[in-house]
Design a protein around this ligand. Structure first.
Ligand code: VGL
Ligand code: ZN
Length: 262
């Protein structure tokens, strides 16, 4: 796959269309990796060599890592909800903007039911660090997300309540649109004229999936590199997750695939 990408490094996909791929390395952090991570994804650390191989490919026009970067009082930590169990219980997360606007009113709030987790990736703690196996010197940028204690943010682009900018022409971006969290990643990709997104990292069934779905919605030709990701629930990921991702317009490729990048 890296070889095919390298062949296309001249901004051309071989058929005359522009090809400026970005590599998104999602949340390759200590807390998501065995043996010590508080939310360790099975096999999480083992994907570092594949990701380093991709980072070394000259094909990518941009190489970005994201970090889950939570405050201690983050809503996704089971410990912040009396009697709730991580991995098991969920919490109702209300759109904070709407909650403020409609305080005291009876109307239905925009809300999502969100899974609760062990305390993980707390800002400036060892668990939040990118793992040392990652060749971080090759990264152009590190983008942090999940800083607002009021909302879960799996996607490194936006929180679940922020409408995505229109896929073409940048319409709808900016002015007048109410946003809770915008990491700046969408603007970063746009400012580098990115056309394709290759998503790797952790966890396949949460942040990698959300990143890929949002990238596809933003108009990028998007792939998840299967051997460079691992799932919290590998069985469900193999059985359903991959199909759901493909149904949302995301391609699944392997490190060995030569033709898919063309
Ligand atoms: C993630 C659970 C909680 C992820 C982040 O990076 O996939 N999963 N926070
Ligand atoms: Zn998190």
């Amino acid at each position: 796959m890296a070889a095919a990408a390298a062949a296309a490094a001249d901004d051309d996909d071989g058929h005359g269309a522009p090809f400026r791929p970005a590599l998104l390395v999602v949340d390759l952090q200590e807390d998501f990796c065995p043996p010590t991570g508080s939310l360790a994804v099975p096999g999480g650390r083992a994907i570092a060599p594949a990701i380093n191989k991709l980072l070394a490919s000259p094909a990518f026009a941009l190489r970005v890592a994201t970090r889950d970067w939570h405050p201690e009082n983050h809503i996704s930590f089971a410990a912040n909800h009396a009697g709730k169990q991580p991995f098991v219980d969920t919490v109702r997360v209300v759109n904070p903007l709407q909650a403020a606007a409609q305080e005291g009113e009876e109307e239905e709030h925009e809300a999502v039911e969100s899974r609760l987790w062990p305390v993980h990736c707390v800002q400036n703690t060892p668990g939040a660090e990118l793992i040392p196996e990652l060749d971080a010197a090759k990264l152009d940028k590190v983008v942090d997300k999940g800083m607002d204690p009021r909302v879960e943010m799996y996607s490194p682009f936006f929180d679940p309540f922020t409408p995505l900018p229109a896929a073409t022409g940048g319409q709808g971006r900016g002015q007048g649109q109410r946003r809770v969290c915008d990491s700046g990643l969408a603007d970063l990709l746009a400012s580098h004229d990115i056309t394709h997104a290759y998503v790797v990292g952790l966890a396949a069934d949460y942040c990698v999936q959300s990143a890929a779905v949002d990238a596809a919605k933003l108009g990028y030709v998007t792939y998840v590199v299967e051997d460079a990701t691992r799932a919290v629930d590998a069985e469900a990921w193999d059985r359903e997750g991959k199909k759901e991702l493909q149904a949302k317009g995301v391609g699944l490729v392997g490190m060995g695939d030569q033709e898919v990048l063309r």
